[in-house]
Design a protein around this ligand. Structure first.
Ligand SMILES: *Cc1c(COP(=O)(O)O)cnc(C)c1O
Length: 376
């Protein structure tokens, strides 16, 4: 078995896998399923600190991002696309696709968004229906301070769409405190259920905005209003993927039973960065290092492919490269959700110590020893 240490999909605990094999009922007809769905949504709301609506949609994380843009955007709407990473910029495509006008606020890709600078920009131009931002930019391992940014956007009455697909439950997130309108998550990142579901939280303000559109939402699967009355009407827009939801419910229960889950992520991430730096490697980025994924630059003279290949073949560990402007240049260790544990991360560093040795690259110290010393 290969040990999955990629930044999503992540490892899945046995009780989640077993929950997916439970006997199933008819999700359209059986009212008990509707109750289970709602209970799962309520637990998610509690974990993410929101009293707003929570929906689980059948589709991978990207569906949530598209649904947010499809449901909010009307022709000609100006949308602020906060862009300091590959996923950040990607929102511009969804905005355009649904007729909006994306206005890019582009900042360096190796720095977290500075809330003060953003405020200065908004002081001059704040005529936006909503803004998009990525919480944790997985390709670069950088986290944006969506708590502060949400509050600033609210000062200018700009709604927010947040991609927290790889952020939530590993990074601090308090949706109502920050006043975030739509927050998207995915089952396969820190939540550690298999891939296939999107989670979205939707504020009353966002729902009102959707309901007061001049034109109908040009989508069905991506129409968030289709979920608005599911509980009152006991009706879902399409047959819910019941086994996926049973799996998610168990993964969410696991999270609920671990009140210190964020500090587990923080500790593992700090120890990981210490070990990489002590070994003589260079982290990607200047600040905003993520709790959920660490990204280091591939040293000159060796290739990303060689490192990934030896890690997989000789050590049975799957790490990941990156894509876009980072393709071939960095290695990513996904330490989120079930991956964020001492034993697996010790194996990662033991593997990396030996891989660099095999490639003739001299590390300053054993990264495994530094990692261990920091945590044990
Ligand atoms: C994983 C992820 C998504 C979902 O997208 P895929 O490319 O299909 O995996 C969206 N946003 C972020 C930040 C992610 O990490």
């Amino acid at each position: 078995m290969i040990k999955l240490m990629t930044p999503g999909p992540t490892q899945v605990r046995e009780n989640v896998r077993l929950a997916r094999s439970l006997e199933t009922t008819n999700p359209d007809v059986d009212l008990d399923f509707c109750e289970e769905y709602k209970r799962t949504c309520d637990m998610i709301g509690e974990i993410l600190h929101t009293k707003e609506a929570v929906y689980i949609l059948s589709g991978e994380g990207i569906l949530g991002l598209e649904a947010a843009c499809a449901s909010l955007t009307e022709a000609g709407d100006r949308v602020l696309v906060i862009d300091n990473g590959i996923y950040g910029r990607g929102f511009a495509d969804f905005v355009s696709m649904y007729g909006g006008v994306p206005v890019l606020y582009t900042q360096p890709y190796d720095e977290t968004i500075c809330p003060i600078k953003l405020k200065e920009y908004l002081e001059i131009d704040h005529n936006f229906k909503y803004a998009t931002i990525v919480h944790n930019d997985t390709p670069s391992g950088m986290t944006n301070d969506v708590q502060s940014i949400g509050k600033i956007l609210n000062e200018y009455n700009i709604m927010s769409v947040v991609d927290s697909v790889s952020g939530m439950v590993g990074e601090y997130l308090n949706i109502d405190e920050a006043g975030l309108d739509i927050v998207c998550g995915g089952s396969q990142k820190a939540i550690s259920a298999p891939v296939g579901l999107t989670i979205v939280t939707v504020s009353k303000r966002a729902i009102t905005s959707m309901e007061s559109r001049k034109t109908p939402i040009p989508a069905f699967y991506a129409n968030l209003l289709n979920f608005k009355n599911y509980y009152v009407d006991k009706w879902f827009p399409y047959t819910m993927p019941i086994s996926d939801i049973y799996g998610l419910r168990q993964a969410i229960l696991n999270i609920k039973n671990e009140p210190n889950i964020i500090s587990r992520h923080e500790k593992i991430a700090k120890a990981t960065r210490q070990a990489l730096i002590a070994g003589g490697l260079t982290l990607y980025g200047k600040n905003g290092y993520s709790n959920n994924v660490s990204v280091f630059q591939v040293p000159e003279g060796i290739s990303q492919g060689q490192i990934l290949d030896i890690m997989k073949r000789e050590h049975g560990i799957m790490l990941s490269g990156s894509f876009g402007c980072l393709a071939g240049k960095v290695i990513r260790i996904g330490h989120m959700g079930e991956n964020a544990n001492l034993a697996d991360m010790m194996d990662v560093f033991q593997g990396l110590d030996q891989t660099f040795k095999a490639l003739g690259y001299q590390l300053t110290v054993s990264m495994k020893e530094v990692f261990k010393a920091y945590l044990v």
